[in-house]
Ligand binder design. Structure first.
Ligand SMILES: NC(=O)C1=CN([C@@H]2O[C@H](COP(=O)(O)OP(=O)(O)OC[C@H]3O[C@@H](n4cnc5c(N)ncnc54)[C@H](OP(=O)(O)O)[C@@H]3O)[C@@H](O)[C@H]2O)C=CC1
Ligand SMILES: O=C(O)CCC(=O)C(=O)O
Length: 439
């Protein structure tokens, strides 16, 4: 504005909601998928729609530089993120991902999906997520330890047992969480087990956490199959991703009589109409470093995975896997989203048109964070539960959430994803409205 301009005459259309850079339409990314999902639910929010802008903007974003000595004595710099999307219902909560394709947009979307997920199963948390842009396969264990520790110190500004509690995600696990817990504890001068979840059991971790996400995928998948009149015994399952989530889901479905007909990971895709024993496939993967060449299976192309004749498809790898390029080929009657954000909204519409039911990520994979919540509670009380207690509580929470959300889907005649968003967004925005805006 020049000195001669009258401020009262200056148009200020952007005053109410200046468009942040991450909403630039040229900057398409996973966060736009989340925004689209919020758009779709807004008509169902009634008066709470007044507050909906809250959901569109992450509460807090931290981007950190992580300088680390590599084993050869050189210094490398990595970009790390921690995003706290929302804290209206409690501290931020969500995993940390190590992957070469991690971006800020991705971490923003993942943190937003945590807000929805935690509200969907009624955990007293907001949503957060973190990540480091690196390919962990390129680094030694000691390099990964130094990277993890430096990242933890950098994000130490905003995490804490009552502020934001990280957990494992893609390419991170109990050892990563042990390093994070130790680094944070050293920095604050006391052992703070509750700062992260998904820790080793010997270090304040919870029994049942390792299988919890896959178990929740099974519980919600089995509930959906029952509602759709699909028998579990002999059901043919195709799984993309054979890591923490995919392997556990495959194993538990297999233990309940289902038949695993295809598995895809980064190394390739195996298929067998007779069925694949996931335990033997895991042993083969561990022995050879790849899922392919597993005896009794044929290798098919990555694209042909989507056309496999199956009853249930479980994407359990990364985002944006089910797109307009492959949704039309899917022959499953049911998709249970183990991964976060595997289906783009346009493909979601196509699947609905084809009569394919989708149990959305924000419900299907909530088992992991549910047992993380149990771990956090156990750490606070220093009193640990048996694995049966944990699994029974997890099953009950997942089953109850599924049934009540399915009823909302039936009531409104919407997809299960929209039903989950209706309930979760209502819970988050009710909390926001009750808390008000002013400090
Ligand atoms: N861990 C958890 O508790 C939770 C995880 N999730 C979500 O589940 C998904 C998987 O996470 P998680 O199992 O923990 O991760 P892992 O790192 O344990 O496993 C990821 C799996 O996906 C495979 N994969 C990666 N990229 C591709 C690709 N382009 N095509 C096919 N397969 C691929 C990997 O193959 P390879 O091993 O060959 O690299 C690996 O088998 C993510 O979306 C995550 O956010 C959701 C809730 C909780
Ligand atoms: O266990 C947790 O806190 C979060 C797990 C996670 O990152 C997820 O559900 O996507």
């Amino acid at each position: 504005m020049t000195a001669t301009q009258d401020p009262a005459q200056t148009p200020t259309p952007a005053r109410a909601h200046a468009i942040p850079s991450y909403l630039d339409p040229n900057n398409i990314g996973p966060y736009e998928i989340f925004l689209e999902q919020v758009e779709r639910v807004t008509p169902y929010l009634g008066k709470l729609a007044f507050w909906v802008e809250t959901l569109k903007r992450p509460k807090r974003i931290l981007v950190v530089d992580i300088p680390v000595h590599l084993d050869d004595g050189s210094i490398a710099h990595f970009e790390g993120y921690r995003v706290q999307h929302n804290t209206s219902r409690g501290p931020a909560k969500g995993g940390v991902r190590f992957h070469q394709d991690v971006t800020l947009s991705e971490v923003m979307a993942l943190s937003a999906w945590m807000t929805i997920k935690n509200a969907a199963v009624n955990l007293p948390y907001g949503g957060g997520k973190g990540g480091i842009r690196l390919d962990p396969r390129q680094y030694s264990t000691s390099e990964l330890e130094r990277i993890t520790r430096r990242y933890t110190s950098e994000i130490g500004l905003i995490i804490g047992p009552d502020k934001d509690i990280p957990a494992p995600d893609v390419n991170t696990g109990p050892q990563t969480m042990a390093w994070m817990m130790d680094t944070y504890s050293m920095n604050v001068g006391r052992t703070a087990t509750g700062v992260v979840t998904g820790k080793p059991v010997s270090l304040g971790g919870s029994l049942g956490r390792a299988d919890a996400t896959g178990r929740g995928v099974f519980v919600t998948g089995a509930e959906a199959m029952q509602n759709l009149g699909m028998p579990l015994e002999g059901a043919r399952i195709a799984i993309q991703g054979f890591g923490n989530v995919g392997e556990a889901a495959a194993r538990i479905f297999f233990e309940h009589g289902a038949k695993i007909v295809a598995i895809q990971d980064v190394t390739g895709t195996i298929h067998s109409e007779r069925g694949i024993d996931p335990g033997a496939a895991l042993a083969h993967l561990r022995a050879t470093g790849r899922i392919t060449d597993f005896p009794g299976t044929e290798e098919i192309t990555r694209d042909d995975f989507w056309g496999v004749d199956c009853d249930v498809m479980i994407p359990a790898a990364l985002e944006k896997q089910i797109t307009l390029a492959n949704a039309d080929r899917i022959r499953a009657k049911l998709i249970v989203e183990g991964a976060n954000g595997p289906t783009i909204p346009a493909a979601d519409d196509l699947l609905a048109e084809k009569g394919i039911t989708v149990v959305p990520d924000v419900l299907a994979n909530a088992g992991g964070v549910t047992v993380s919540y149990f771990e956090w509670v156990q750490d606070f009380s220093s009193f640990f539960w048996t694995e049966d207690e944990i699994n029974n509580r997890l099953d009950r929470i997942m089953r109850d959430a599924f049934r009540s959300l399915w009823a909302v889907k039936e009531q409104h005649g919407v997809t299960l994803r929209t039903a989950v968003y209706i309930v979760a967004c209502t819970r988050v925005l009710e909390a926001r409205a009750l808390r008000g805006l002013y400090p």
